[in-house]
Design a protein around this ligand. Structure first.
Ligand code: 13P
Length: 363
């Protein structure tokens, strides 16, 4: 592991040269300098009391770390309790910290209220003191189909009998889509049973792999969160299949352009983007290489420059997520375009997450 110069990482400016982004060392504590953001995403772990205990141990080890922003994302059930614990006055007297500990929610719904059993709105989050919300995490973009079984419920319906009855209903309807009618007629015809069964299995597998939050839903969530004054951590990242097919940049381009369509230059300057390659996340996976991280962060920053100009591009914080641990954080933070990390597994261990927050100071 490289030895770190804490000053270089804890507070820095950035300049752009020949389409590359560089950090420049700055004195600690300079207003307007870029502050690293280290966020722990607890995912579905921790009951409220354990979350507070974990937070207390982390902050105890990180006393007086004022030049790094710290984010904690408990599950919904832990937000209120943690909000009470990390009140600024208390942090100041107890741990000597400034306003640099932020409460994060892991998701939000986009409607403000109504018959949406089980969902939580941005209003509700804002009302209990949430600062930021993570939107578009890959656990939600890609993994829901596996657990919710959308695929099998579609597959079960793709029978000749079901299609014929739907066809009958459609034909009685004014303005029904002629192409849909033709397709249903074809598929429900007697000789096509095998094709139908094959199609059902294909769709079942596709939905199992892919069903999850769409780019459209993510856009709605961002709009709703910003309207309530919540800041956003927007996640993006490619899966293994896209990386192997050299589709990484196309996919990131699509994810980000769609999400940012509803974000004004003013709002985007407060936003944080997290690059989390799906294949690098979780136990047993390997983090992306430093070259891969660097290349993608430059790509994202250049995309932001295209959309919002150089000033915003040079100040927006872009985090990396995917197996960030105490032993790789210094090298990752040393990459020119990396401004922090979104940490899963290691954020559940007080010593590990505290070392990550104290990157560069652990020697
Ligand atoms: P890990 O750090 O456990 O790989 O998780 C990364 C992540 O998904 C954070 O949001």
């Amino acid at each position: 592991m490289k030895t770190a110069n804490p000053k270089a990482y804890r507070n820095y400016f950035r300049q752009r040269t020949a389409n590359q982004w560089h950090k420049i060392e700055a004195e600690a504590g300079i207003p307007g300098a870029i502050r690293p953001f280290l966020a722990g995403n607890w995912k579905m772990n921790m009951i409220p009391r354990s979350g507070v205990a974990l937070t207390a141990r982390i902050l105890d080890i990180c006393r007086d770390i004022k030049d790094v922003d710290i984010g904690l994302a408990p599950p919904f059930t832990g937000l209120s309790t943690l909000a009470d614990y990390i009140k600024p006055d208390f942090l100041r007297t107890e741990y000597g910290l400034g306003r640099n500990v932020f409460l994060l929610a892991q998701d939000t719904f986009f409607e403000s209220k109504g018959a949406f059993t089980g969902e939580i709105s941005p209003e509700m989050l804002a009302a209990i003191g949430v600062d930021r919300v993570i939107i578009g995490h890959s656990d939600r973009r890609a993994n829901l189909g596996k657990y919710y079984g959308f695929g099998s419920s579609v597959a079960r319906r793709l029978t000749g009998g079901f299609l014929s009855s739907q066809l009958k209903k459609l034909k009685e309807k004014d303005g029904a889509d002629a192409q849909v009618i033709a397709a249903l007629e074809h598929l429900s015809a007697k000789g096509n049973q095998d094709i139908l069964a094959g199609l059902a299995r294909f769709l079942e597998e596709e939905l199992r792999e892919r069903a999850g939050e769409s780019d459209e839903a993510i856009q709605l969530k961002i709009r709703a969160a910003l309207a309530q004054g919540l800041q956003v951590i927007l996640c993006c990242g490619e899966n293994r299949e896209a990386r192997d097919a050299n589709e990484t940049f196309n996919l990131l381009d699509r994810q980000l352009r769609m999400a940012l369509e509803v974000v004004s230059p003013r709002a985007v300057s407060e936003m944080i983007i997290a690059y989390e390659p799906v294949w690098a996340i979780g136990e047993g996976a390997k983090p992306a290489t430093l070259e891969q991280i660097s290349e993608v962060h430059d790509f994202i920053r250049n995309l932001i420059m295209d959309l919002y100009g150089e000033q915003i591009a040079s100040s927006i914080r872009i985090l990396y997520g995917g197996n960030v641990k105490p032993d790789n954080i210094v090298d990752i933070m040393n990459i020119a375009g990396v401004d922090g990390a979104l940490v899963g597994g290691a954020s559940l261990k007080a010593n590990d997450f505290a070392s990550i927050i104290r990157f560069g100071l652990n020697t």
